[in-house]
Write a protein that binds this ligand. Structure first.
Ligand code: UPG
Length: 469
């Protein structure tokens, strides 16, 4: 029986291993993490992450061929395949600060694997890492190995939060990169056989190590670039009277472009896009390619511009001041169907409004008060670090309250801002909301979820990204 161990019980490690356990009953899967709190949560009925469908998968396998443990060394030493899915935040200090990936967790994982391994192992890079990380990891492993053989594979994960389980059940592709030696090829085959238990062979792509590593950064950069492209068009739409939804529909009908990922928004967030692009930019700079670096930097600049533009729109529409005015924030997560707030545009927008002395009342169906307070009191870049390593903030942001429904958030408010596209925001009773708000009542829809005409008929002043004003 093949044994798999995954270091890192986070958004990628947890769901991916649960699905491998479900689809491969003949494989024993252990997910390990140094955080006892996180492992306890995986072992309880309340999982540490919210992901549709995840509960059922975990329930089906836990206690059979899926386990969660803090005994990292035991499970690593017993495994044939070790996935490493630890956090790779952006470096905050020293060489490459603000751009390069911080590989501290990765390096210590590699040293630990070398230390405890008594049998040959395939070590799989699952977290997104800079190109050529495998080479460094390989060096650490082989120079510390006690006579065992390590094969390094790069197997980047492409799942998106909120749809992780369906993405894992039915991936567009699985990418496996490895050394082009006979041992490397054999390791690729071993991992390919795991995925082949439910993924059609023609969707499993095998490449060299560097192509696999770079493809992951490239895929995220391309995706983020689409959003910055459509967001830049949204500014032009507002200036000209075009409607960005109509423009993206027309553009996306071209089969060469395709219809997906063209929704204008208040900006992209999440733990990956910005971090991976910054990383790509750094790699380009280090390789003497400043033009390429500047090209990708622009994707982030447009994203920052979009968030600033949104805040400016709110303040300027409300007679150039939001000082002392109550503003309801609907949605704080970086996208719907997740409780994750990493790099969420809501952080920048809320900070911008607080900077203009607004009083905020925030509601998100999945994000808790302490998380929001922590996010709003943190310095930039701090958000990039895993929550369990983060000390609780001693101060809380006083002009912010967090409430548990949209009606309380909007009561007596001067404006409401929609920052996450939760389905429930489409179905709210906007007449009731309007009746309980200060007048004029403003709606700033950063996700284009509301029916603008309907709301205008009720009496709201509505601003929706990229729509005629
Ligand atoms: N977004 C838009 N407009 C769109 C699509 C997305 O503004 O048309 C925003 C979305 O609201 C979110 C961000 O873009 O803030 C990222 O969304 P998404 O890509 O769906 O979520 P992630 O979970 O961050 O997934 C991305 C990649 C996935 C990769 C993962 C981690 O889609 O393939 O595995 O990052 O690297």
């Amino acid at each position: 029986m093949v044994k798999i161990c995954c270091i890192g019980a986070g958004y990628v490690g947890g769901p991916t291993m649960a699905v491998i356990a479900l689809k491969c009953p003949n494989i024993q899967v252990a997910v390990v993490d140094i955080s006892a709190a996180r492992i306890n949560a995986w072992n309880s009925d309340t999982l540490p992450i919210y992901e549709p469908g995840l509960d059922e998968v975990v329930k089906k396998c836990k206690g059979k061929n899926l386990s969660f443990s803090t005994d990292v060394e035991k499970h690593v030493s017993e495994a044939d395949i070790v996935f490493v899915s630890v956090n790779t935040p952006t470096k905050t200090q020293g060489l490459g600060a603000g751009k390069a990936a911080d590989l501290t967790y990765w390096e210590s994982a590699a040293r630990m694997i070398a230390d405890v391994a008594k049998s040959n192992k395939i070590v799989v890079e699952k977290s997104t890492v800079p190109v050529k990380t495998a080479e460094a990891i390989e060096k650490i492993l082989t120079h510390n190995s006690k006579g065992v053989d390590f094969q390094i594979l790069s197997n980047p994960e492409f799942l998106a939060e909120g749809t992780a389980i369906s993405d894992l059940f039915n991936p567009d592709r699985v990418l496996i990169g490895g050394r082009e030696t006979p041992e490397g090829k054999k390791a690729i085959e071993t991992l390919r056989d795991v995925y082949a238990q439910w993924v059609p062979m023609d969707r499993i792509i095998c490449t060299n190590l560097w192509s696999a590593e770079l493809s992951k950064l490239a895929a995220n950069a391309f995706l983020a670039q689409r959003i910055s492209s459509v967001n830049s068009m949204s500014a032009l739409c507002e200036a000209t009277g075009a409607d960005v939804s109509q423009v993206s529909h027309a553009v996306g009908k071209d089969t060469r472009i395709g219809p997906k990922f063209l929704n204008a928004s208040v900006g992209f967030g999440g733990s990956c896009f910005q971090k991976d692009i910054l990383n790509l930019v750094y790699i380009c700079e280090c390789n003497g390619l400043p033009e390429v670096a500047n090209y990708w930097k622009q994707v982030i600049k447009v994203n920052d511009y979009q968030k600033t533009r949104f805040v400016n729109r709110v303040v300027s529409s409300m007679f150039n001041t939001v000082s002392g005015k109550k503003i309801a924030i609907l949605g704080f997560a970086f996208k719907k169907d997740t409780g994750d707030t990493r790099e969420t545009p809501a952080i920048d927008v809320c900070k911008g409004l607080i900077g203009d002395k607004a009083t905020l009342s925030i509601y998100d169906p999945q994000v808790h008060q302490d998380q929001i307070q922590r996010d709003l009191s943190m310095k930039k870049f701090d958000w990039d670090h895993p929550v369990h390593l983060q000390p609780m903030s001693p101060t809380s942001v006083t002009d912010v309250s967090v409430v548990w429904d949209a009606y309380t958030a909007t009561k007596d408010a001067h404006a409401l801002c929609i920052l996450t596209e939760w389905d429930e925001f489409q179905k709210l009773d906007y007449q009731k909301i309007f009746d309980n708000m200060q007048k004029p009542a403003f709606v700033f829809d950063g996700r284009n979820v509301v029916d603008v005409e309907k709301l205008r008929k009720i009496g709201f002043i509505v601003y929706s990204i990229g729509k005629p004003l």
